[in-house]
Design a protein. Structure first.
Length: 422
């Protein structure tokens, strides 16, 4: 069975298998709790510093804060209703602290809507309609979406706007997207070496490739000519460590690594990088004590990397199955430990998720923390710590970072439309 543009549903066979298993089992039948680490076991993972440095001092501070939370909170509970309240309020009112994100307003729509969707919450039709009207105002007449009404179109805000409209999933939402203009926009931003600018005369990095591929595949405007040699450029971004950098010659980083791997899968060109080297780098990004992920070598844990690093592991499993005939029931990281970090260290008491203890909550970390929680739970053999009924969240599609059914519905809808000429 194939989806549009040769994107095979079998690529994500483990999701289908998991759904088949779960369709005949109720959560109440699965109440045997996944074991979590004891405090004494966590304590053993404290860094052992022979020579104190600026970064080791910062790491020690984080470990101290995390250990205190692990010591006093041993029952992991997802505070769904507090998060939902926080997110719904944010859709219509933001504090002055968000003025700096005036050029990221489609992102705010996506972060909020996606977080709500993962939690199984919905909005009234009237509220969805307001979001559709607002995002339509962010679309440039020539194609692509800007960070707000009247702003220049940008690949990142285009990705966010398209994903937000797909989450809403109505015909009115889908029809907002000017597919002809979007295809022209991608062609303008493409460089001869296969890379993409984020906007006209803007910076070039691997995020642009990922954003371009996602919107092209979702809306059925993908053709090979737009992405000629893109896999070669991505391959040049793989570093000596094994991860991907933003551009060739720079340092490997979690967000870029995810974008690189997901882009190669969307292109169907996974022979353009070294999988073993990538795996070696990414499995070492999970922090032993905290349980969460760091973005780079010698950096601190951050809740957002629960997705930007964790989201790569379902893709790795797919490649191992497809290319090596290795079938795994779990991802290649400690899924329970990541859930511990998210549920015991990253939840704000009044709703929303944060980077790490003593940081404030925000929409970005709420979105990617919940996305990472979904990844950590939804391996082919499900892993959920605490109460399944309380803590279970919806499964996301690991390439698009949309709830799985939303991604499939969107691809199917746009596959029924012809690719626009331009």
């Amino acid at each position: 069975m194939r989806l549009a543009n040769g994107h095979t549903l079998s690529l994500f066979f483990y999701h289908v298998r998991r759904y088949t298993i779960m369709s005949s089992i109720e959560f109440d039948d699965l109440e045997e709790k996944e074991s979590i680490r004891s405090y004494s076991d966590i304590l053993k993972e404290k860094q052992n510093v022979e020579f104190e440095t600026a970064t080791s001092i910062e790491q020690a501070k984080v470990e101290k804060n995390v250990l205190e939370l692990y010591r006093i909170q041993r029952e992991p509970i997802l505070n769904k209703y507090r998060h939902i309240h926080f997110l719904k309020n944010s859709l219509s009112h933001l504090s002055k602290d968000y003025e700096c994100l005036d050029s990221s307003r489609p992102w705010l729509c996506y972060w909020i809507l996606h977080s709500l969707h993962i939690l199984g919450a919905t909005l009234d039709d009237e509220d969805y309609a307001k979001v559709v009207i607002f995002l339509a105002k962010c679309q440039d007449p020539e194609g692509g979406f800007g960070g707000g009404p009247g702003q220049y179109p940008h690949l990142a805000s285009t990705y966010a706007a398209v994903n937000a409209l797909c989450i809403i999933g109505t015909k009115e939402a889908y029809s907002v997207i000017n597919r002809h203009g979007l295809r022209k926009f991608l062609k303008i931003l493409r460089n001869s070496d296969g890379s993409f600018c984020m906007h006209v005369d803007g910076e070039i990095d691997i995020r642009g490739v990922y954003c371009a591929l996602v919107v092209a595949k979702l809306t059925n405007i993908y053709t090979p000519d737009i992405f000629k040699d893109t896999e070669k450029w991505i391959g040049k971004c793989q570093t000596w460590e094994g991860g991907f950098s933003g551009c060739p010659g720079l340092e490997a980083h979690g967000g870029y690594a995810y974008c690189g791997l997901a882009s190669l899968i969307l292109l169907g060109k996974t022979d353009a990088f070294n999988l073993s080297s990538f795996m070696r780098w990414i499995v070492n990004r999970q922090m032993r004590l905290e349980g969460g992920f760091q973005g780079r070598t010698n950096k601190l844990v951050d809740g957002c990397y629960s997705f930007w690093q964790g989201g790569a592991f379902p893709l790795i499993n797919t490649l191992l199955a497809k290319e090596k005939n290795i079938i795994l029931d779990h991802w290649l990281f400690d899924q329970a430990a990541l859930q511990e970090y998210l549920l015991l260290c990253c939840q704000h008491p009044y709703g929303g998720l944060r980077d790490k203890p003593e940081k404030d909550r925000d929409k970005y970390h709420t979105c990617y923390g919940l996305s990472g929680l979904s990844v950590a739970q939804n391996s082919p053999e499900r892993v959920i710590i605490g109460s399944h009924q309380i803590n279970a969240v919806k499964m996301i599609h690991p390439v698009y970072n949309l709830v799985y059914s939303t991604a499939i519905d969107s691809v199917k809808y746009f596959a029924s439309l012809s690719i626009p000429e331009c």
